[in-house]
Design a protein around this ligand. Structure first.
Ligand code: DC
Length: 196
């Protein structure tokens, strides 16, 4: 069965949790596509060469989840040649037999516009900053400033900017618990699998 769930949205909106839960619930493979850009940013040197030569070991680095790695990822992600180098891998992953969930910024718009389910998971910058701050600590105002800077860059770039696909279901998690958000996502997938 070919079945793709595309989950897009800004940083710290809850995409990762929803994607992981859907994958284990339905037995789908999961790809956190942000990790690809984080690995390219963390490698240093020429980002285009880094993207073309990305390896499993690059994706296993322990320092990819930091705020700094997120900023570096967002900066290399504006480069069209970097994005182009990562497209084929993501497309193959999305259409593998058995089903796949991908979360990122351009999955429903560019990587897999034919995805069977498209979710756009969002929340206010303040709510997202608070969640991220609970994970990483430090100065909450600084975390909010970084989230806003990343939103501006990810939404404002010329190539594959972050925006909901026209046929995406928008899930605003500002006033939802994570369980409620996951439940809505599970129902969206179930409805499509049952042909509703
Ligand atoms: O989802 P994340 O926070 O790990 O993503 C890090 C950065 O990578 C994000 O700010 C922009 C970029 N990115 C992208 O441009 N396209 C994707 N599909 C995923 C991430």
């Amino acid at each position: 069965m070919i079945f793709t769930v595309a989950i897009d949205g800004p940083a710290a909106a809850g995409k990762g949790t929803i994607a992981r839960t859907l994958a284990s619930r339905f037995g789908f493979a999961h790809l956190d596509t942000g990790l690809l850009y984080r690995a390219v940013g963390a490698k240093g040197g020429d980002p285009v060469a880094a993207a073309r030569g990305l390896t499993e070991a690059d994706l296993a680095r322990p320092d990819l989840r930091t705020l700094a790695a997120g900023q570096a990822a967002s900066r290399v992600a504006v480069i069209p040649e970097v994005r182009a180098a990562l497209v084929e891998f993501q497309r193959r992953f999305a259409r593998q037999p058995g089903g796949a969930v991908l979360d990122g910024r351009d999955i429903g718009t560019v990587i897999c516009p034919e995805a069977e389910v498209k979710l756009y998971v969002t929340a206010s910058p303040e709510v997202r900053a608070h969640r991220r701050w609970l994970e990483v600590g430090g100065d909450e105002a600084q975390v909010l400033a970084e989230i806003k800077e990343r939103d501006r860059r990810d939404m404002g770039r010329a190539e594959a900017p972050l925006r909901p696909a026209p046929d995406a279901q928008v899930l605003d998690t500002s006033t939802l618990t994570i369980d409620e958000a996951v439940d809505l996502a599970v129902r969206a997938v179930q409805a499509r699998l049952e042909g509703r």
